[in-house]
Ligand binder design. Structure first.
Ligand code: ZN
Ligand code: ZN
Length: 220
């Protein structure tokens, strides 16, 4: 397959694969954070956004917690007062008519990022980064297996993720051993936080905001 010329998105996906335990967790977290920053600084009063906001009755719990982490008292107050003004008691009594807009946006980014991975799959640096990585977390591996049509790519991602899971298991054992007085505490920082990385391997990245201080299961 001919590899297309490299562009900005290629480098952002490559860097995420090189640095993160799951590159989709890293990229999607960054997408959500910049989208919320944009919302709070520029779009709180945007009529188009308000329409979507009201229809989905704000965000799901996960995205609402992420929004809360920005601690933007003014922006968030305006948005939630708008919901209460608009819906009254229905805000508590009736289910939202539309799914969370941030979830929908995240799904679009996930599809775009996987598309970049597939397009540049045969790039030498991309291949090296993928093979040196620990693969994907559970939710994103399942999504990739559902979305990617190329059987060989699905299989490679699955094998690499399995190898990452085994490596993590050994690191967890090293960490457990380190609590025994007969053993040295592990020095490797990756091993020291293996407990947290294991949670994230199974359920996806725990959404910490760092920048602001803060199915198809039968596919091969
Ligand atoms: Zn992930
Ligand atoms: Zn959501």
């Amino acid at each position: 397959m001919t590899v297309p010329p490299r562009d900005m998105v290629f480098y952002s996906v490559l860097e995420a694969i090189q640095k993160a335990d799951c590159f989709l967790c890293r990229l999607l977290r960054d997408h959500v954070h910049s989208s919320f920053e944009h919302l709070l600084y520029e779009s709180v009063n945007d009529p188009g956004f308000r329409e979507t906001w009201r229809a989905s009755r704000g965000y799901c719990q996960r995205h609402a917690r992420l929004l809360a982490d920005f601690s933007d008292g003014l922006g968030i107050s305006i948005l939630y007062k708008d919901l209460i003004d608009h819906w009254g008691m229905d805000a508590l009594l009736k289910p939202a008519g539309q799914p969370c807009a941030a979830c929908a946006e995240e799904r679009l980014h996930l599809l775009a990022d996987l598309n970049v991975l597939v397009r540049y799959w045969d790039d030498a640096d991309m291949q090296k980064a993928v093979h040196d990585s620990g693969g994907l977390c559970g939710p994103h591996l399942r999504a990739a297996r559902e979305v990617i049509k190329d059987r060989a790519i699905r299989r490679t991602l699955t094998c690499i993720s399995e190898r990452g899971l085994q490596c993590l298991k050994e690191q967890l054992q090293d960490l457990i051993n380190g609590y025994d007085y007969l053993h040295e505490r592990p020095m490797d920082p990756q091993v020291r936080v293996a407990w947290r990385r294991a949670i994230e391997k199974l359920v996806g990245q725990l959404d910490l905001i760092e920048s602001r201080g803060g199915q198809n299961e039968n596919k091969g």
